[in-house]
Design a protein around this ligand. Structure first.
Ligand code: RIB
Ligand code: CA
Length: 310
């Protein structure tokens, strides 16, 4: 089987960790590198979480590159309530066996793209690293194949009534990336909201019984506690894992629309960070709003067998 080479840019919170595990478990993918960016948690936490996850998975061969510590314009947007103080809820992973690469995220991305022309870039966090990379190295655009992002919302957002976290955290970065004219697919918050698991549906996934399956359950329990505290129900959604599913199996996408997508940048506009069809300061994108739940569940279940430490 011809493997798809992927480079992952992440702000490694709980669901990023699950998405990374899905990528590591996928025989269809070769993970060539992971870059870290601040977002769901601090940059230092992101580095620690990614290194811990790779150590747990027995994949310390995958290079990890440290990137941007802040968005272009600083803000008060935080998600510690959802991802916990460390970014991984109450999970503590031993990261001591894995060191970061000497290259920063931008240089690491360029080098990996030069060595793997046409590779897929998957972004699971704010676009700060990618915007800097495209600005410093415009040739990157021609080295990349597809780009799949988790971010944005056509309907209501999650951090404001209008905007989704990844785009709202660094609106200038995503606007710059869109305006660069990349072949980008965006898995939006709309698709996430369309695929919410109840506790019964979650239990039916039957993820226990292996070390990796238990890690998945431990990660999700913090998130489900949060949902219960806010909505009174232990609901679960999978933003970044859904984006990864679209990379592993593009037929997971059941509804998408190619459109000119713009980002609201005005600091005095309550919609700042929102992604809007036909708005200025953006570009062309394939916007994904629905996925196949059975295909997604099947790809998710594979992570039980990562590492197989017991
Ligand atoms: O908006 C959804 C948030 O959860 C984003 O940060 C996404 O990347 C996921 O981690
Ligand atoms: Ca994320």
């Amino acid at each position: 089987m011809q493997k798809k080479t992927v480079f992952i840019d992440t702000d490694c919170g709980i669901d990023d960790a699950v998405a990374i595990m899905m990528a590591l478990a996928a025989p269809e993918l070769e993970v060539a590198g992971i870059s870290c960016v601040a977002g769901n948690t601090s940059l230092d936490n992101v580095v620690n979480n990614v290194c811990g996850l790779l150590s747990f998975s027995g994949r310390t061969d995958v290079p990890v590159f440290k990137g941007a510590a802040f968005p272009f314009v600083r803000n008060e947007i935080r998600s510690d309530n959802i991802h916990g103080a460390s970014g991984l809820g109450n999970v503590k992973l031993d990261a001591s066996a894995k060191s970061i690469d000497a290259l920063n995220a931008v240089d690491g991305l360029l080098k990996t793209a030069e060595e793997n022309r046409g590779m897929t870039l998957v972004t699971l966090g704010p676009l700060t690293n990618i915007a800097i990379a495209l600005n410093l190295y415009p040739q990157l655009k021609d080295l990349l194949g597809e780009i799949v992002m988790m971010g944005g919302a056509i309907g209501p957002g999650n951090v404001t009534p209008h905007a989704e976290f990844n785009f709202a955290y660094d609106p200038e970065a995503i606007a710059f990336c869109l305006s660069a004219g990349l072949p980008v697919s965006i898995l939006t918050w709309d698709a996430v909201m369309d695929m919410i698991y109840t506790e019964e549906e979650f239990d039916a996934l039957d993820m226990g019984g292996t070390a990796a399956g238990q890690l998945f359950l431990d990660l999700q329990s913090f998130y489900m506690d949060y949902k219960e505290s806010v909505y009174g129900k232990r609901l679960i959604s999978f933003p970044d894992p859904l984006a990864m599913a679209c990379v592993i199996d593009p037929s997971s996408v059941t509804e998408s629309e190619k459109m000119n997508l713009g980002i609201i940048l005005d600091q005095s506009d309550a919609r700042r960070g929102a992604s809007v069809k036909d708005e200025k300061f953006g570009g062309y994108a394939d916007v994904i709003t629905k996925c196949d739940i059975d295909k997604f569940s099947a790809l998710l279940k594979r992570i039980k067998y990562i590492g197989q430490k017991g």
